[in-house]
Write a protein that binds this ligand. Structure first.
Ligand code: FMN
Length: 168
């Protein structure tokens, strides 16, 4: 089984435990690294053509607008295809109780039929919000498995729980 660990994550200003902090490695990226180590999968950081730089508030405003427009932000480093992969771990931060729109761009760009998709998500509160439902609507032909959601501040302590989910 060939595995891809595809994820979007943002460093720079972010909300950590309800405080705005500057972080070098995003929470979702930290989780993606752990999943890649456990699975031996190929890492694929989904990079936006227009990076989400700026202050936390500026990113909030841009993300809100992208949601309202149901936009598909362009990916700077698209994969040619995902045909060679059987299992796709798909990671993202919870943005406005769902996934960032760039995840919609990623899903729309490839044929997921028959692929096992395992979503993972980091958040400030709660877990996936509406993301799993919205993923199910977009990934009708895939074998979508239940996801792994965790607070960003707990990522460094989740190894045992994560291993159980990966092995499920
Ligand atoms: C634009 C934006 C919207 C967010 N919306 C939510 C939200 O609705 N619920 C929540 O729990 N956290 C929300 N957060 C916080 C992130 O989900 C959380 O900080 C996450 O761990 C960031 O992951 P990353 O470091 O990989 O980007 C939001 C953050 C941003 C930047």
């Amino acid at each position: 089984m060939k595995t891809l660990v595809a994820y979007f994550s943002k460093n720079g200003e972010n909300s950590v435990n309800f405080e705005v902090k500057n972080i070098n490695v995003g929470h979702t990226e930290m989780l993606a690294n752990k999943i890649a180590r456990l699975t031996g999968g190929d890492m694929y950081p989904i990079a936006p053509k227009v990076p989400y730089t700026g202050t936390y508030d500026e990113v909030l405003r841009r993300a809100k607008q992208e949601n309202e427009d149901a936009s598909y932000p362009e990916i700077a480093n698209p994969l040619e295809s995902i045909a060679e992969y059987d299992v796709i771990y798909l990671g993202f931060p919870n943005w406005y109780r769902s996934f960032p729109r760039i995840i919609a761009t990623f899903i729309k760009s490839y044929d997921f039929s028959g692929k096992i998709v395992k979503p993972f998500c980091t958040t400030e509160e709660g877990t996936f919000g509406l993301a799993e439902l919205e993923l199910a609507a977009m990934l009708k032909d895939a074998d979508l498995r239940s996801g792994f959601g965790i607070l960003g501040k707990d990522v460094e302590f989740c190894d045992e729980k994560l291993k159980l989910w990966v092995e499920k």
